[in-house]
Design a protein around this ligand. Sequence first.
Ligand SMILES: *Cc1c(COP(=O)(O)O)cnc(C)c1O
Length: 463
Amino acid sequence: MNKITNHMPTAELQALDAAHHMHPFTAGAELAKAGARVITSADGVMLTDSEGKNLLDAMAGLWCVNIGYGRNELAEAAARQMRELPYYNTFFMTTHVPVIALSAKLAELAPEGFNNVFYAGSGSEANDTNIRMVRHYWSAKGQPEKKIIISRKNGYHGSTLGGASLGGMIPMHQQGGLPIPDIHHIDQPNWWAEGGDMSPEDFGLERARQLEAAINHYGEDKIAAFIAEPVQGAGGVIVPPETYWPEIQRICDAHDILLIADEVICGFGRTGEWFGSTTYNIKPHIMTIAKGLSSGYAPIGGSLVCDEVADVINNAGDFNHGYTYSGHPVSAAVALENLRILEEEGIVDTVRDETAPYLKEKWEALTDHPLIGQASISGMMASVAMTPHKESRAAFKTPGALGYYCRTRCFENGLVMRHVGDRMIISPPLVIKKDEIDTLMDRAVKSLDETYTWAKSEGHMSA
Ligand SMILES: *Cc1c(COP(=O)(O)O)cnc(C)c1O
C-alpha cells in the first residue's frame, strides 16, 4: 500500500477511514456514506481540513485544548522525555522525575488540602479509580457497606463501564447492561428543561434536596459518595442555579459521605479559575482531572485526592489498582509544560478578567435572537437553548433537528460548535483573543439566522 499522507485526495482518505476505523459515538454506516471530515493541521484556535478549509474550533477539540494548538514547547517536552525515558511504570516501588514534578505542581495549584494525585490515562479511567477508591476508603474505615455512589441523570463521567455507569446518559446505559450495581441517579439541575413553574432558585434547592432524600432513603451508612460536574459539560453546558451548590455542600457536610467533583472539563481554567470547585465554592474530597491537564496534547487523567482520604488509603495496605500508563512519563512531561504555560502566561487570569467577560456580554445578547430562549455561560464554556416559544420554554416537536441543522450550518460557516439536542454549546481554547471571539460570534449568529429561516420554512416554529 502507498504511504497515507495529508496530501492524498480527501475521498481516498475517507474511504480508507470508512473501511477500517470504527468511530466513537458514531453510526458507522451513516458516516461511511457521508465521509468523515479529515482534519490535517491546527494552529491557535483554527483547524485546517483536507480541503484546505479553515474552521474556528469553538470546542477546543473535545473541551481539552486549553492552551490552543501549535505550541511547540509541548512537542519539545514530549520529544525530550521520549529520548531520555520514554516509559517506565510507577508500580512496584518505582517512580520517575516527570511524575514527581507534575504531582508536586498539581499539589501547588490545587485548593488547600489536596496534596496527592493518583494517575490514569483518561478521565473515564480516573472515575473508575474513584469508584474503587471511595469504596476502599470506607472499607478501610470499617464501613464496607458504604458502597452506593449517587450521581446525576444527564451527567457525564466517561465511557468505561464505571464512568458510563456514574454518568446519567440513557443511550449509553442502554448498550452493554449499565449501570453497574450500587449507583443511583438523581435529577439534574437543568432549570430550562425541567424547572416548570418554579423559580431557578427554588428549583436549584429542590434538585439539591434530592440528594438528601436519596441519602435518607438508602441510609447514610450505605452511601459512599456523591459525584457531579461543577458545570455539566456533555449534558449541554448546564450552569446550575445559584442555590444548587451551596445546598449540595450543606447536605454533604451534614451526612457522612464523600464529595467527588468531576473537574475533567471545568479544571485548568475553563470556568475562569484553576478549578470549577473554586468558582462554585465547592469543597470536594476528590477531583477528577484530565482533558485540560495536558491541553489534549497527550493522554493523561487522574484523581486529585484530599489529605484525609489519601491518608486512609495510604495506610490501608496495597491499593490493588493501577494502569500501565498511570503517570506515563511523556504525558506527565507534556502536562507539566502545559501547566507552566497556563501559569506563566497568565492564561487563567486573562480568561477570568478579560476574555470571558467579553464573551459573556456577547453571548448573553443572543437571547435577543428569535430562536434563543436561554444563554448560559461559565468562564469559557457556554450554551444557548433554542425554542419555538420563549415564554413557555417549549421544546421542538422533533427534538434535536434544529441543533443538528445548526451544527451543519456552523461547519459550512467555518465554525465548530456542537449541539446537545437543541442546545448549541461552545468551549473554545482559553487563549482565544477578543477579535477571534468576534469571529466566533459572527459565524454563530449567521448559522443561527440560517437555522431560523430553515426552521420557519419547515414548520418547526409552531409550538
Ligand atoms: C470527557 C469527560 C470525562 C471522560 O474523560 P475521557 O478522557 O474521555 O475518558 C469524564 N468526565 C467529564 C466531566 C468529561 O467531560
